[in-house]
Design a protein around this ligand. Structure first.
Ligand code: MD6
Ligand code: FE
Length: 199
């Protein structure tokens, strides 16, 4: 299907059907057994989203700042990125490189993510690919300057978004999640995966 382009963000609605969504969730549950969700803290306080990761690197934020790290806060290395998730990169990312991090974001009721840029990676020529699972989320997309105008779009379970070209460095965030809008998770919630090349 042809993507919807918003401010250069490439949105692929319904990239994963229900069975594919369930397979990915199952694989991520396995990752989370070895690398449990934790609540990152920034200088502004605890984030409302809980996180974990798979791959060579995960993104962590604590009292000494934020960074990519080869280990979970518990000290263990991150589990491998599941093949079901790697397959989405191969299909949609159009990149010669392989992702080194699959960041896992869990939005329980009321969680959100403020407007930010993904700038902790070394090569902005490599895209970032995101997968939405579970409840619908209002995704705000702006430009490369914080004050640039923004456009909002509801992301649904199974949607894939690619940040590539100028949108790779554009501001974006999740304003809110519509609680109970999906039946993928029996108790509601939203899972977001972002695949990145880090080095
Ligand atoms: C989210 N996404 O969808 C938050 N970052 O929960 C992101 O922060 C994001 O969707 C980089 C690339 C794609 C994204
Ligand atoms: Fe981001």
């Amino acid at each position: 299907m042809t993507p919807v382009i918003v401010n250069g963000f490439e949105i692929h609605p319904g990239a994963l059907d229900r069975a594919a969504q369930m397979a990915v969730v199952d694989d991520i549950r396995g990752v989370l057994r070895a690398a449990p969700l934790f609540q990152p803290r920034t200088r502004r306080g605890p984030m409302s989203v809980r996180m974990s990761a798979a791959g060579q690197f995960g993104w962590i934020s604590d009292s000494s700042g934020y960074r990519y790290d080869a280990r979970h806060p518990g000290g263990q290395p991150w589990p491998e990125i599941p093949a079901s998730v790697m397959a989405l990169w191969d299909r949609y990312a159009n990149s010669p490189r392989t992702p080194e991090c699959c960041l896992i974001n869990w939005y329980a009721k009321g969680a959100r993510m403020g407007l930010h840029q993904d700038m902790d990676e070394q090569d902005y020529n490599c895209p970032v690919l995101s997968v939405s699972l579970g409840d619908d989320a209002l995704f705000r997309m702006g430009g490369t300057e914080r004050k640039a105008p923004t456009t909002s779009h509801w992301l649904s379970s199974g949607d894939v978004v690619l940040l590539t070209g100028p949108s790779r460095r554009a501001f974006h965030g999740i304003d809110r999640v519509r609680d109970g809008s999906s039946t993928l998770f029996p108790d509601g919630g939203r899972l977001n995966l972002t695949l990145r090349v880090v080095t």
